[in-house]
Design a protein around this ligand. Sequence first.
Ligand code: UGA
Ligand code: MN
Length: 243
Amino acid sequence: PMIYFVTPTYPRREQIPELIRLAYTLLHVPRIHWILANDLKACNAYIDGLLKRFGLPFTHLASPMPEFYRRKKPMPRGVANRRAAIQWLRQRNITNGILYFGDDDNTYDLKLFSEIRDTQRVSMFPVGLIEEYSVSGPVVRKGKVVGFLDSWVAERRWPVDMAGFATNLAYMAEYPNASMPYKPGYEEDLFLRSIRLNLNIIEPKANNCTEILVWHTQTKNRERTTLRISNKYLDDRSNLGTL
Ligand code: UGA
Ligand code: MN
């Protein structure tokens, strides 16, 4: 089956380098369709050109976050984008394939793709570099998922990261109301509830969830640091002048 790799993205200084980095990972993956959903009112022509140049099968969506949510703190990041991708798949009645939500700033081991490709219903696996514990993922006993390890459980039934699961579209099609609500922190949990997940059907991947094949890397915005350093640079220069 085809893997539909859904990537929310948004305009900021790091956007283009992140997309280039991700594209050169995806170029190593056979039978993949990249759904790039940008948090912008219209498709950015430069990104469109980039996507064409990579030569990957792709769909470029404009999926702006509604203004109402943009003013909220915290914001539901990437939700409008993922909802647009789900809608795109649904409108085309694509039920043959694997759906994976892969943010633009994560790091993906190529082994992840061969692991998720044979997802029958919902597969799960650990994600590295998540908050305090530095890993979030299922606990597996005798080949079955029996619980979860996560730094922030917060009464979630499915305390997992967005990058920690894959869904077979045929399974998802059984739940026409499947959706991702605009609820910061609870997007994964509520999506998985909307497809009526239960523990017994979860397929553990990554060697019974003992290997990390995806990392929640974050490209830090260095603007503040840069400002601090340049102020220091100016101070040092003026000090030099008074010597
Ligand atoms: C973590 C999870 O990894 C995300 O899957 C989850 O959506 C997010 O928390 C959340 O629940 O808020 P995190 O690294 O904290 O992600 O957030 P970002 O990487 O900044 O954003 C998640 C995705 O949404 C990214 O692909 C990003 O490009 C996109 N995004 C972010 C937007 O489309 N618009 C924004 O204003 C911000
Ligand atoms: Mn991120």
